[in-house]
Structure formats: C-alpha cells, structure tokens
Write a new protein. Structure first.
Length: 149
C-alpha cells in the first residue's frame, strides 16, 4: 500500500508539471495570438516577424512535458520491465521536484504571452523599433532601452 502511495505522489507531480505548464503555455499563446490577429488583419506582411512572439510561450509547455517524461522514465514506465517500487517518501520527493516546474511553467507561460502581446502591439505602432534590417543587433535590443534606469 505504501509503494502505491509513492507511485501516486510521483505521478501526481508529473501530471501537475505537464498540465499546469501546458495551461500556462496555452493561455500565453492565446493572449499573444489575439493581439497578433488584430495586427495582421491590417498588416499581413508582418506575419513572419510576429510569429516568434506568438509561439514563445509554448516553450513552457515543452518544459513541463519533458519533466513528465523524466519522471516516467525514472519510474520505469517505458521498456516493459514494470514500474519501479517507490516508497511514499520518494514519491513525495518526486512530487516536490515537479512542483517548481509546474508553478513556474504556469505563471511564466502566461507572462510570456503578455510580454509577447506587448511586443506585438509595439511592432504595430512603432515598427522601426521592432524590426531592423540586418543582424547587427537582435530585434528586441531597442526595446530594452525602456527598462534601462
């Protein structure tokens, strides 16, 4: 029974990492995509440049998915040898290790979407700040002047 509790704790941690990071990622994508759709309805030639700002929050979902896979590999769920015996304490340790990824992925995905949306709106109003010709500096370098104190 105690080994079953350890497995439940460990799989709960993996599920939280995958689902919360995925929720944050999809919410962030939605926020950025709404603004990109509004800009692209008037300026469709900026599709390629705005796409990066829209898909940026999806990285958080990928991180959660990778952590979920690592937990399942640790538990021996792949390979056909059977699930490893996990004590309740080890299960709690795995759950505790997954929680930072779950919470950070959730909040970071949403905030990356809001940041991407702000960049999209800035690109619509002042494209000279967002899109430069050449590779002398990244497109967001001029945006950083705003935050310099």
């Amino acid at each position: 029974m105690m080994e079953m509790m350890g497995l439940i704790f460990a799989l709960t941690g993996a599920a939280l990492a995958v689902f919360l990071a995925g929720i944050g990622s999809s919410t962030g994508l939605t926020v950025a995509a709404k603004n990109a759709t509004a800009v692209l309805s008037e300026k469709p030639e900026r599709y390629g440049a705005l796409m990066l700002l829209v898909v940026l929050p999806s990285t958080q979902g990928i991180y959660g998915f990778v952590v979920g896979l690592f937990v399942m590999i640790k538990l021996g769920m792949f390979g056909g040898t059977g699930v490893a015996a996990v004590t309740w304490y080890q299960g709690l340790q795995i759950l505790a290790a997954c929680l930072p990824v779950a919470i950070a992925g959730w909040t970071s995905g949403i905030l990356q979407g809001k940041t991407g949306a702000a960049g999209i709106l800035m690109a619509a109003k002042r494209p000279e700040l967002a899109f430069r010709r050449g590779w002398s500096s990244p497109p967001w370098s001029n945006c950083m002047r705003f935050w310099a104190f």
